[in-house]
Ligand binder design. Structure first.
Ligand code: S3P
Length: 425
């Protein structure tokens, strides 16, 4: 188990176009290429464990993949049965989206993952997929991986999801594309919409009307992707918080997606007092631009809306809350309990170890701003917990145990962090 030590930071100016590429978009690039005719060209694909696992599965399903180090070229040969077990590693996105994609593919497929993924709920996709004819199974009546899928013909559906989850929405959209009629999917709050944007760009007929999406079955293969994956705002946000808690510091993040369903955490940081500006530089599939974050004293905030737009950023937002004056509250975020770790528990326990007073709720927590203190904390195998507490270390020093998980989403995190402060592994 590797441990890292971060030392308190002086003020810094940090500008980077090398923050990890977007994880959600990279997964989708690899998977959606399977539905295209011709060569998809993907630049700046995220070379992290989660997305490389997805890319490997796409190859195992029969695609030809050429990687020249800069551009990844994927040529689909249709989706083919394989004797190999498809290992999604730590990725819930990988596993849930493959459920939707493979439910209608000819053949039998086994999806598995690491010890953490095998504990995460899959019923949210297996249940609605089974209801339209998919033949999916797993432990605990189809809730836990390993999952087995035998491709079947799928019926058109009208499905109302109880949770705002892009993974559920995307799995159902992928199933709908190869179902026998026009499908409708509804969600309680808009979740990230990369699937809709990318499929539209590839020529699929997907109509979005508020919280309702209509999907028409594919009449022909999709047009290949030609994309440069933008910077991941969730990864970038660690450095936004780094500037927000370090007096006289500035961070400039380049080439990041400015998709409104992804930058809500930056908006909350603005509400807390941080000075943030956004510059749109291009638009293809997604609005893309630069974000500049400048330190200013932080004040407490309540976060209870648009939770799915900042669910991944809540752990490190909690570090900003610990440095703010007053009591911050997070509500309606029960989804945190079923992420790579139970993030309500892992954030609260680690903040307590750092001398911060918290209250735990079933659907969130409160953080009383105070003086963060150096501690030895554990990542619980969760990349976002590891990185959040390393960022807290900029303020007070920190030792974080079990940091290998950072490779699932942000392999060059340490390299970039050491531009802001001293770090040892
Ligand atoms: C993701 C959707 C979110 C997010 C995850 C990536 C995606 O999960 O937490 O990190 O790429 O679709 P849910 O859709 O389950 O909320």
């Amino acid at each position: 188990m590797i441990r890292a030590t971060v030392y308190p930071a002086g003020s810094f100016e940090f500008k980077s176009d090398a923050i990890a590429a977007d994880k959600s978009i990279s997964h989708r690039c690899a998977m959606f290429s399977l539905l295209a005719e011709g060569e998809s060209q993907i630049e700046n694909f995220l070379r992290a464990e989660d997305t490389l696992n997805t890319l490997k599965i796409v190859a195992q399903l029969g695609a030809s993949i050429v990687d020249d180090g800069k551009t990844i070229t994927i040529r689909s040969n249709g989706i083919h049965e394989t004797s190999e077990i498809l290992d999604c590693g730590n990725s819930g996105t990988g596993m849930r989206l493959f459920c939707g994609l493979l439910s209608s593919a000819e053949g039998h497929f086994i999806l598995t993952g690491d010890e953490y993924l095998k504990r995460r709920p899959m019923k949210r996709v297996t249940q609605p997929l089974r209801a339209i004819g998919a033949r999916l199974d797993g432990r605990n009546n189809g809730d836990l991986a390993p999952l087995s899928i035998r491709g079947a013909s799928l019926q058109a559906f009208d499905y109302e999801s109880k949770i705002a989850s892009a993974q559920v929405k995307s799995a159902m959209i992928l199933a709908a594309l190869r179902s026998d009629g026009v499908c409708t999917f509804r969600e309680p709050e808009l979740s990230r919409d990369h699937t809709e944007r990318m499929l539209l760009g590839m020529g699929a007929q997907v109509e979005v009307n508020g919280l309702e999406t209509k999907i028409y079955p594919l009449q022909k293969p999709l047009t290949p992707l030609n994309i440069r994956v933008p910077t991941d705002p969730s990864s970038a946000f660690f450095f936004a918080v780094a500037a927000a808690i370090t007096p006289n510091s500035t961070v400039v993040i380049e080439g990041v997606t400015l998709n409104p369903t992804r930058i809500e955490a930056f908006k909350v940081l603005e509400r807390m007092g941080t000075n943030i500006t956004y510059t749109l530089t291009s638009e293809k599939y997604e609005p893309i631009g630069n974000i500049t974050v400048k330190y200013a004293p932080l004040k407490a905030v309540t976060v209870e809306e648009n939770i799915s737009w900042l669910i991944d950023e809540l752990p490190v937002l909690s570090i900003a809350m610990a440095c703010a004056s007053g009591k911050s509250i997070i509500k309606n975020a029960e989804e945190l309990r079923v992420k790579e770790s139970d993030r309500i528990k892992t954030v609260v326990d680690n903040l307590n170890l750092c001398g911060i007073v918290t209250e735990e709720y079933s659907d969130g927590y409160a953080v009383q701003g105070g003086e963060l203190q150096k501690a030895v904390v554990n990542s619980y195998g969760d990349h976002r917990i590891a990185m959040s507490f390393l960022i807290a270390g900029l303020r007070c020093g920190m030792e974080v145990e079990d940091i290998e998980c950072i490779n699932t989403s942000f392999p060059n995190f340490f390299e970039l962090l050491s531009a802001c402060t001293k770090v040892e592994k």
